[in-house]
Design a binder for this molecule. Structure first.
Ligand code: CA
Length: 232
């Protein structure tokens, strides 16, 4: 099996060393950066399986780094480390494209568990079960193997990790009404994520791609008082 490469961005040397040592003990290969500038350079040229990203950094902060990475890379899981506890910072991180969030001080054991969970999830998204490899509905096609989709207008485009997760979940629960909370729990895995409108925005986007008339959706329908339901 190929080695798992983790990019670790943290300016506090002692913490960086401790995290690095723990990751290496788990068998991961670690690439380090102590500044935002170096992190961007490394992220641009290296292929990493996961990125651990401090928020408060010299040169460029973690939020901006994450956003920059997400312009070209929607797949690599990103975990934020931050001293900040406020919900708005957590939301900010997730909005900018992070997959998970740990507040300092955190337990190294917990970080390792999150790393493991995210790597596992990334693999599931990259290679879902046989039956969902390529999925057709209406005039649309979704290729879960390479994250590419063809929408109603016939053009091919790339889906983000989160869109793939959402589609995967909706399709697997075809013709079943799913609440926003359920969707958040399974797709975002945040039980108390404060803003369910995030889902509404994702659904609007899917409709734009996959509905012949996005105002009269056939595939991604709203279920009044519940949430959403996917139908072929
Ligand atoms: Ca810092």
């Amino acid at each position: 099996m190929a080695e798992t490469r983790i990019l670790l961005v943290e300016d506090e040397e002692s913490l960086r060393e401790a995290i690095k040592m723990n990751l290496e003990m788990e068998g991961y290969s670690v690439v380090e950066a102590a500044t935002g500038g170096k992190a961007i350079k490394l992220a641009a040229k290296g292929k990493h399986d996961l990125i651990i990203l401090d928020v408060m950094l010299p040169e460029v902060n973690g939020f901006d780094i994450c956003e920059k990475i997400r312009l070209t890379d929607n797949k690599t899981p990103i975990i934020f480390l931050t001293a900040k506890h406020s919900i708005s910072d957590r939301v900010e991180g997730l909005k900018r494209g992070a997959d998970d969030y740990l507040s300092k001080p955190f337990n190294l054991e917990e970080l390792l568990l999150r790393v493991k969970a995210l790597l596992k999830r990334a693999k599931i998204v990259a290679a879902p079960q046989e039956s969902l490899n390529i999925y057709y509905f209406g005039n649309n096609k979704i290729n879960f193997n390479n994250s590419k989709a063809t929408g109603t207008d016939g053009s091919e485009f790339e889906l983000t990790v989160r869109e793939l997760r959402l589609l995967n979940y909706l399709i697997r629960n075809k013709n079943k009404a799913l609440s926003r909370q359920q969707i958040l729990l399974f797709v975002w895995e945040y039980k108390d994520f404060p803003n369910t409108r995030t889902i509404d925005n994702f659904i609007l986007n899917l409709r734009r791609h996959f509905e012949i008339d996005p105002t009269q959706p056939k595939h991604f329908r709203s279920v009044h008082g519940v949430g959403y339901m996917f139908s072929e």
